[in-house]
Design a binder for this molecule. Structure first.
Ligand SMILES: NC(=O)c1ccc[n+]([C@@H]2O[C@H](COP(=O)([O-])OP(=O)(O)OC[C@H]3O[C@@H](n4cnc5c(N)ncnc54)[C@H](OP(=O)(O)O)[C@@H]3O)[C@@H](O)[C@H]2O)c1
Length: 314
């Protein structure tokens, strides 16, 4: 195994980190750093009812994750559980300065982002977030809508209460509209990304040209929801070679392309395995490419499906 090159810092160019004894941080274009493995509060932790009561299971799972070293916490107002995330942060006892907290705004009509943001901070029980994202662009009727909302995000960045600002689920056209009028560029776009959704049409390359980092949500899709596809064999083979699990190969496939991976788990053994083994191996460029090539044989999108035609691979 190679050792980490002294001073090497992944950034939005897509250059892969080497293996090391820790989960690397990626340097964003505004100079801030984001841990390349994130613990998500959406999907399995999504809360749909009983908003006036704290869900102790969500809090316990999140405290367990934080205590196992998951300091990058990916939340959103839409997940309905910011109060649980806030309680977990308070109970875990890890200093605020060690955590990397992401919140997302749904851009609800009739409400300013400032209002939504203030409410999120109160629920989270913090006075700043590390990253604030527009959750999706699909509510926008025009490029001007995206530009107006981005200006509201910039005001929050200027206030110092969000260290970095970015977007989620943006396609190239949404980014281009935003870039036309922005004062602060979006530093990251959090998108569904795995071998069965590689966003044909150059979305990843566009981010690299623009110095906008990528975060991949649902990186495990090809070993979980879309298992039984062309990648099963290669995941097994590569996992055996490195003495890891297929899921760890799937996460490392993102990290080894210089892409932040946002996953989640309620299983402590799994979380400990990721934290222990992910830093200790690295896929070769050939393995990254082999997985990409086989992945292109299948198309699977797990989220925001009503915004896309069945075979739209952007
Ligand atoms: N911005 C957006 O629009 C958006 C959309 C979706 C998600 N996200 C973010 O991304 C986070 C992660 O999304 P995700 O849950 O789809 O990510 P994922 O990493 O693809 O999947 C994680 C899930 O897979 C399960 N899992 C892990 N290994 C497994 C295995 N070997 N066999 C079977 N199941 C296994 C975990 O359950 P166990 O508890 O059993 O480990 C967990 O529920 C969300 O929580 C959210 O923060 C953002």
């Amino acid at each position: 195994m190679n050792s980490e090159t002294a001073g090497f810092q992944p950034d939005a160019s897509g250059t892969a980190p080497k293996q090391s004894e820790y989960i690397p941080h990626l340097k964003l274009s505004d100079g801030n750093e984001i841990p390349m493995l994130g613990y998500g509060l959406g999907t399995a932790k999504f809360k749909r009812s009983n908003f006036d009561q704290l869900d102790e299971k969500i809090i316990d799972d999140t405290v367990m994750a934080i205590k196992n070293g998951y300091y990058h916490l990916d939340g959103a107002e839409a997940y309905g559980n910011e109060a649980e995330l806030g309680a977990a942060i308070a109970r875990a006892g890890v200093p605020r300065s060690k955590l990397f907290i992401t919140a997302k705004t749904s851009c609800r009509s009739g409400e300013t982002i400032e209002t939504a943001f203030t409410r999120s901070l109160a629920k989270l029980g913090v006075d700043y977030v590390d990253l604030y994202l527009i959750h999706s662009p699909f509510w926008a009727q025009s490029p001007a809508d995206l530009q107006r909302r981005w200006a509201e995000m910039e005001a929050i960045k200027d206030s110092g209460r969000a260290r970095s600002i970015g977007v989620s689920n943006y396609l190239r056209e949404h980014l281009e509209a935003t870039l036309q009028t922005c004062r602060h560029r979006p530093v990251i776009n959090q998108i569904e990304y795995h071998p069965y959704l590689q966003h044909e049409g150059g979305l990843v390359a566009f981010h690299r040209e623009q110095g906008i980092a990528l975060a991949a949500y649902s990186p495990l899709t090809a070993v979980t929801k879309a298992a039984g596809g062309p990648l099963d064999g290669v995941y097994e083979r590569v996992a055996k070679k490195y003495g890891v699990t297929p899921g760890e190969v799937a996460i490392r496939w993102c990290i080894d392309q210089g892409i932040v991976a946002i996953t989640t788990s309620s299983n402590e053994e799994r979380l400990q395995g990721w934290m222990k083994r992910l830093p200790l191996f690295k896929l070769t460029p050939r393995e990254v490419e082999e997985i990409a090539e086989l992945g292109r044989e299948r198309h699977f999108r797990g989220f925001w499906k009503k915004e896309f035609e069945e075979d739209d691979r952007r």
